[in-house]
Design a protein around this ligand. Structure first.
Ligand SMILES: NC(=O)c1ccc[n+]([C@@H]2O[C@H](COP(=O)([O-])OP(=O)(O)OC[C@H]3O[C@@H](n4cnc5c(N)ncnc54)[C@H](O)[C@@H]3O)[C@@H](O)[C@H]2O)c1
Length: 341
């Protein structure tokens, strides 16, 4: 019997793919999916309903709340960092206006039913803004409170939406005569760059990692847009899904904060290239840094401190750098690109 209703926005994206597959294995979960693009047919059959619309279409989005009493929202719809830098105002309207409308509706349902909706928000290491590469080298594992000074529209959007979530969960209408009895349960994750075997990213600034791997598997040359010594944190997609659903399942009383860093491994771009070459000997990968994108990556930390997530809700990635390649990425990517067309 289905008794848990979950809304996934941005359902056709990289995380959406993995999340729909994962949640559809729990028979009690009813998945309502939303994306501006058509949902891939293989995902459609796993969802109770699919709504193709813009997250800013208030009529269509409020109709979901009229039809269903939602338990959990995974709000994935977003314009990613590189794309957002090309259309900053539009990115703001989608990333921020889209989020506040959803928070408002989720909070209205919470107030009406006296049952807190769990609102999961994937934030990003883009909220950080380190001033120079020396500071980046010296900073080690950056904590949630440090260097929250983003230089991109996407980073600004993410940081502000985290604050909006905190506001709705803790302070919404604090001057009203009667305080809302039950508040929205907002939980955020700051992801590093994600690498999936099944989808290819687009529009992100950590995309060089997954892009060089998928290009090698397709037998295509790849020009890496950052310097070989560039270091960023990354995570394999199954761990990204695990982090999201484990945070959603964590008892509220164990949580000491509303937004958590999570990470797995931090290779340099050169180490990434060598790892890809180890598995695909013929790969043609060179380095042709794109200065503006390099400058953005230089402001993001080389590593982040996820000890709060480990302590509060038992976060532990399953895949380190070697295992991610050996057991998840390489076998699945080889299969993907050798499939008959
Ligand atoms: N992939 C990563 O490396 C990474 C890292 C950190 C955070 N995140 C965050 O995780 C979330 C999901 O990321 P992803 O990797 O699946 O990204 P993605 O780009 O693959 O998916 C985003 C989805 O949002 C949809 N979308 C865009 N604009 C929309 C709109 N106006 N209305 C409705 N849908 C819209 C897109 O069609 C797309 O399917 C995003 O919020 C992203 O910022 C991703």
């Amino acid at each position: 019997m289905k008794n848990k209703v979950v809304l996934i926005t941005g359902a056709n994206g990289e995380i959406g793919h993995g999340l729909i597959h994962y949640l559809s294995q729990t028979p009690e979960t009813q998945i309502i999916a939303l994306d501006i693009k058509p949902l891939e047919p293989q995902l459609l059959s796993l969802c109770e309903q699919y709504i193709q619309c813009d997250i800013r279409d208030n009529d269509r989005v409020s109709a979901i709340f009229q039809k269903y009493e939602l338990d959990t929202i995974y709000h994935l719809a977003s314009i990613l960092s590189t794309s957002a830098e090309r259309i900053p105002e539009t990115a703001h309207y989608i990333n921020v206006d889209g989020t506040i409308e959803l928070l408002k509706l989720a909070n209205q349902q919470t107030a009406r039913t006296n049952r807190a909706i769990c609102f999961l928000y994937p934030s990003s290491i883009a909220v950080y803004g380190l001033p120079c590469t020396d500071t980046k080298r010296q900073s080690g594992k950056v904590r949630e409170e440090d260097w929250c000074c983003p230089t991109t529209m996407y980073g600004c959007n993410k940081l502000y939406c985290e604050q909006l979530g905190r506001y709705y969960a803790s302070h919404y209408q604090q001057l009203a005569e009667a305080a809302q009895e039950v508040r929205l349960d907002f939980r955020g994750l700051r992801y590093p760059g994600l690498i999936s075997a099944f989808t290819v990213p687009s529009g992100g600034t950590s995309d060089y990692g997954p892009e060089m791997l998928h290009a090698a598997a397709r037998g295509e040359p790849y020009h890496c847009f950052v310097r070989p010594d560039t270091r960023l944190p990354f995570m394999a997609m199954p761990d990204a899904i695990k982090a999201l659903v484990n945070l959603a399942a964590a008892p509220a009383e164990t949580l000491t904060r509303q937004v958590y860093n999570v990470t797995s491994f931090s290779p340099s771009a050169l180490e990434f290239q060598r790892k890809v070459l180890h598995h695909f000997h013929e790969a043609r990968i060179d380095f042709q840094p794109d200065i503006p994108r390099q400058s953005i990556v230089d402001t993001w930390p080389a590593d982040i401190d996820d000890s709060a997530a480990r302590t509060d809700w038992g976060w532990q990635p399953d895949y380190d750098f070697d295992r991610a390649f050996d057991e998840y990425l390489i076998p699945n990517i080889r299969e993907r690109y050798t499939e008959p067309v």
